[in-house]
Design a protein around this ligand. Structure first.
Ligand code: FRU
Length: 504
């Protein structure tokens, strides 16, 4: 199907107003998140020729302030088989990172190359990358790490000596397939790079560490972390990265196929972190358990950056799940990224907080306080589909807040709290087109619940208590479904304050 013109796509009803989405076509993981030349750069896995996953390109957007993103030309595309060059990535340019080195912006990405059935330059997708069943390509694909560089942050050239990280000789340790998503950082004058991987028999997944003195010659160092052999921590850890707060290191990973545990892990794949200590001499990360970054439906393939001037860490993720329907495909585009979140560490856990910068999106405000509600209530000025809702409430009460509520029928996205078990539930059974279901999470005892919900045309991201818990979902209501309703669930509901900020 030929795609409609960009202008038509970008004015379609579910196209976001302040999130990154592709100008047209398909998007998945965010890549190469960095600060370069006075602005933020986010790249993303992109198939520009259709609304489905296909041979991967790197799409690109830039922002000075996280509030307004600008589309940029495609940064990297698979090499042309017909012209016989760039043999290493004829089948796609998978996820990776961005890093400023000696004034240039370097992107390190995973090159894809089919070697067997399916044919060289086959457009068949790599099954290991996303097949929900977890079956892998059985040696049909070779993944290596490559560079592309730029002097202006917009136009990129593939590095002449690609690939820069090939499969090490130690084939017993590192399978040639499932060797992807490099992330570079610098520590005490040396460069380090982690890559997601599985061991040769695919019974465990691991993160492998490479190091370099000069940024170009990389040597294999170690298996820095490895999963338990029972698949309880997933089958493949994608999109790794390390952040640190003093001596506390945070390993970010996106594990595929973690089995559900109680209320947790009901999406096909997870995105989260482990906290621990990184021994650079041995190349080993000693860590605690895995925690999720998000308790909702649509959050995967987290990418992270450190601001070179302030040292602040930010993450962005793919706001989707492989198993979801994407109704916006009918309009010529598919999927989008989350808002950036700032990483903070408190009591051994990582908080993901909406950055202060996003307050600049606020245009108008409606404020209410000391409310006592006996029935479902709409509040004056508290209404919208592109804005931010902030509610402070005593956690001893049961309540529900419905978002994106329609006038005449029961279209709504329900967010409720039950105080006995301290459980929040996000229910999208009546949210419109798109996926259905409920996601729940339990919170620790607290004196006040602060809810910050970011609404865009087809997404809701809800932050509880300064990023301690976050739940994210795509929703596909009618554009006229923009009411917000506060519902007491047991007697009178007392709400300390409600603020609604419209971004339009
Ligand atoms: C994660 C992922 C990455 C890979 C990319 C391919 O969603 O499977 O591991 O690099 O998508 O598009």
């Amino acid at each position: 199907m030929a795609l409609p013109p960009d202008e038509q796509i970008q004015s379609s009803k579910w196209y976001p107003k302040y999130h990154v989405a592709p100008p047209h076509g398909w998007l998945n993981d965010p890549n190469g998140f960095c600060w370069y030349n006075g602005q933020y750069h986010i790249f993303y896995q992109h198939h520009p020729y259709s609304v489905d996953w296909g041979p991967m390109h790197w799409g690109h957007s830039t922002s000075k302030d996280f509030c307004k993103w600008e589309h940029q030309p495609i940064a990297i595309a698979p090499g042309a088989f017909s012209e016989g060059h760039e043999w290493y990535d004829w089948d796609g340019c998978f996820s990776g990172c961005g890093f400023e080195f000696e004034g240039k912006l370097w992107l390190m990405y995973t090159s894809q190359r089919f070697n067997g059935a399916g044919g060289v330059n086959s457009s068949a997708p790599n099954p290991s990358a996303y097949n929900p069943s977890g079956s892998s390509g059985g040696g049909l694909v070779t993944e290596r790490q490559c560079y592309a560089y730029s002097e202006d942050g917009i136009h990129f050239t593939k590095y002449e000596k690609n690939p820069v990280i090939d499969i090490p000789n130690d084939h017993l340790v590192i399978a040639n397939i499932d060797f992807r998503d490099p992330k570079i950082w610098e520590h005490n004058g040396r460069y380090y790079c982690v890559i997601g991987n599985r061991i040769h028999d695919r019974s465990r997944t691991q993160i492998v560490l490479f190091e370099s003195d000069n940024f170009f010659d990389w040597t294999y160092k170690s298996i820095v972390a490895i999963s338990k052999p029972d698949y309880s921590e997933g089958t493949m850890w994608e999109c790794p990265g390390f952040a640190h707060f003093g001596d506390d290191y945070v390993m970010i990973i996106s594990p595929q196929h973690v089995p559900p545990q109680g209320r947790l892990f009901h999406n096909i794949h997870q995105a989260g972190y482990m906290v621990g200590k990184l021994d650079y001499a041995q190349g080993v990360f000693t860590h605690g358990e895995f925690f999720t970054f998000d308790y909702g439906f649509d959050f995967y393939a987290t990418t992270m950056m450190k601001h070179p001037d302030t040292g602040r860490y930010f993450i962005i993720a793919w706001m989707a799940a492989w198993q979801s329907p994407f109704p916006e495909q009918a309009d010529g585009w598919a999927t989008m990224l989350t808002i950036p979140r700032e990483l903070k560490m408190r009591d051994g856990k990582v908080l993901t907080v909406p950055p202060e910068e996003l307050k600049a999106l606020r245009k108008t405000q409606a404020h209410h306080e000391n409310l006592k509600l006996d029935k479902p209530t709409k509040l004056e000025g508290v209404k919208g589909s592109v804005g931010e809702l902030v509610v402070n409430i005593d956690p001893k009460q049961a309540f529900e807040i419905d978002l994106r509520v329609g006038e005449s029928d029961n279209e709504k996205t329900m967010f409720s709290y039950e105080p006995n078990e301290r459980v929040f539930a996000l229910n999208r059974d009546f949210a419109g087109a798109g996926g259905k279901g409920v996601r729940e999470f339990e919170i620790e005892p607290c004196d006040n619940i602060e809810i910050r919900a970011f609404l865009d045309t087809s997404s809701i991201e809800i932050f509880i208590n300064d990023g301690q818990y976050v739940t994210t979902t795509r929703v596909y209501p009618r554009d006229t479904s923009d009411d917000i309703v506060f519902i007491p669930k047991a007697g009178t509901l007392e709400i300390k304050s409600v603020d609604y900020y419209s971004f339009e």
